[in-house]
Design a protein around this ligand. Sequence first.
Ligand code: MG
Length: 161
Amino acid sequence: MSVQPIVELLSKRGVTVEAIAEIVHHLQKPYNPKLSKEACVESVLAVLKKREVQYTLYTGIALDELAEQKLLPQPLQTIMEKDASLYGADETLALGIVHVYGMIGLTSFGYLDKVKMGIIRELNDHSQKIHVFLDDLVAGLAAAASARIAHDHEDEKDFLG
Ligand code: MG
């Protein structure tokens, strides 16, 4: 699927491919010291190409935007405004992205949920906007792109014996 529309939507919501790639680089660098920023950008774009990933992003971002416009039914509107920590549907939706490259992304996703680095923290700290879903979706994208690189790296090692 073309990545252009989803890249544009993400950037409209304050998230660039480079900002996600930054997190991927941070996650994978310890295991893969020669990893370039360009390879991380490429991996994020490969994840964003997947139809199921795009559909998941459209769903979560729509809910964030509807909440900003106060268009959600209750009690969902209030839950989203408070970003209630026990809501959990944001993490559940993001897991759909984490899993596209297997279970290996799960550890990174859990880690990112805890430390909230880079753009994830910026989304989280934004008081004017509602990013209940987007912060987790971005963590999911970074975790999946990171898992994809990890798989490639392992394949390379297998090939070289
Ligand atoms: Mg959230």
